[in-house]
Design a protein around this ligand. Structure first.
Ligand code: FES
Length: 352
């Protein structure tokens, strides 16, 4: 029964058919190894030529092409120059089945294939490599695109060469910092102005000038008076017993508060603690009941009248009065002298 003549298949179709035959049907599996086993025989130029013509016409006469035949036909199409006429020569030979001359021509084309730029391999080895995945066979652009990203990371994982560190530079080989104008001025100030005798002289002159300026400014202002107030209270009249001389106000106010008699009248008065000789401060001598000046020996009675020494006149009195709260208030701004009759002034005593 005559088989329908096959159409000319493109390379992609041939490869797809070969893959389908390899991966798929179990019924065809035993036939492909048989075909593949015959492929080396057809490709081998030294094989017996008598058996080959019998097998080749059967394949070329329109029967189902084996994988080896498909790959051979694909190589013949790919081969430049001489590959193109070979299929054309094969077809007529196939039509004229008894003509064995076509087969040697096709058989001769097989040895020419290894002369191609690619490495010469037989069909069995190509298929075995394709199945094992060691060497990818022809594939479509989509398959190549799918496999391409997997190959890129492998290229990135190349081990990097370990570069040893550079030796440290010595100090003389290091770049020196550039000295700017400001740094040079700073060095001048620190080294010359402050670190030498000239600098010390300038600093001393500056300090002296500052102190002189402060002194001049202080001279322009008057001194502040630090004297205690002229009026002060010493307590109630009942606090002073008759004949008592209170000396506790001497350190702060310089005054004795005395409760004694003057001209036969009991009164409280305030004696100024200043000697009428040359201004020393007399002491109250309780045992001798007198005021005694330590400077020249002047003595004063309890009422302030001088009776010995160089003092020319009695002690002086301060003004004294009863304040609104009933206490005795002394005013040191007013002085009363006995020799001119001022002790009779009521402002110079408080009657008790
Ligand atoms: Fe008091 Fe001379 S100062 S006796």
């Amino acid at each position: 029964m005559a088989e329908p003549e096959k159409k000319k298949m493109s390379v992609a179709e041939m490869v797809a058919a070969a893959r389908k035959a390899d991966s798929g049907k179990s019924a065809e599996a035993p036939s492909e190894p048989a075909a593949e086993s015959s492929a080396p025989e057809a490709a081998a130029p030294t094989a017996a030529p008598a058996a080959k013509p019998a097998a080749k016409p059967a394949a070329a006469g329109g029967a189902k092409m084996s994988v080896a035949e498909m790959l051979a036909a694909a190589r013949a199409e790919k081969a430049p120059g001489a590959a193109a006429p070979k299929p054309a020569a094969a077809k007529p030979v196939a039509a004229e089945k008894p003509a064995p001359a076509a087969k040697p021509a096709a058989a001769k084309a097989a040895p020419k294939a290894p002369a191609a730029p690619t490495a010469p391999k037989d069909t069995g080895s190509i298929l075995s490599e394709t199945r094992s995945g060691a060497k990818p066979g022809p594939m479509s652009k989509a398959e190549a695109a799918l496999k391409a990203p997997a190959a890129k990371p492998a290229a990135k994982e190349k081990p990097r060469a370990v570069v040893p560190p550079m030796p440290a530079k010595p100090d003389y080989a290091k770049p020196k910092p550039k000295v700017t104008v400001d740094e040079s001025r700073r060095n001048f100030l620190t080294d010359v102005m402050l670190g030498s005798f000239l600098g010390i002289g300038f600093v001393s002159m500056g300090v002296t000038f500052g102190l002189w300026t402060l002194g001049t400014a202080r001279f322009m202002f008057p001194n502040v008076l630090t004297e205690p107030p002229s009026k002060f209270k010493v307590g109630f009249p009942s606090n002073f017993a008759p004949g008592q001389v209170e000396t506790k106000f001497i350190p702060q106010y310089g005054v004795w508060v005395v409760n004694y008699e003057y001209n036969g009248k009991s009164e409280i008065y305030a004696l100024r603690s200043v000697c009428t000789h040359l201004g020393c401060t007399p002491n109250w001598l309780e045992g001798e009941q007198k005021f005694k000046c330590p400077c020249h020996g002047s003595g004063f009675y309890k009422d302030g009248i001088n009776f010995e020494g160089p003092a020319p006149r009695p002690l002086e009195r301060y003004a004294i009065r009863l304040a609104d709260d009933g206490q005795l208030e002394i005013d040191k701004s007013k002085i009363f002298q006995e020799e001119i009759g001022q002790w009779s002034d009521p402002a110079s005593f408080v009657a008790v």
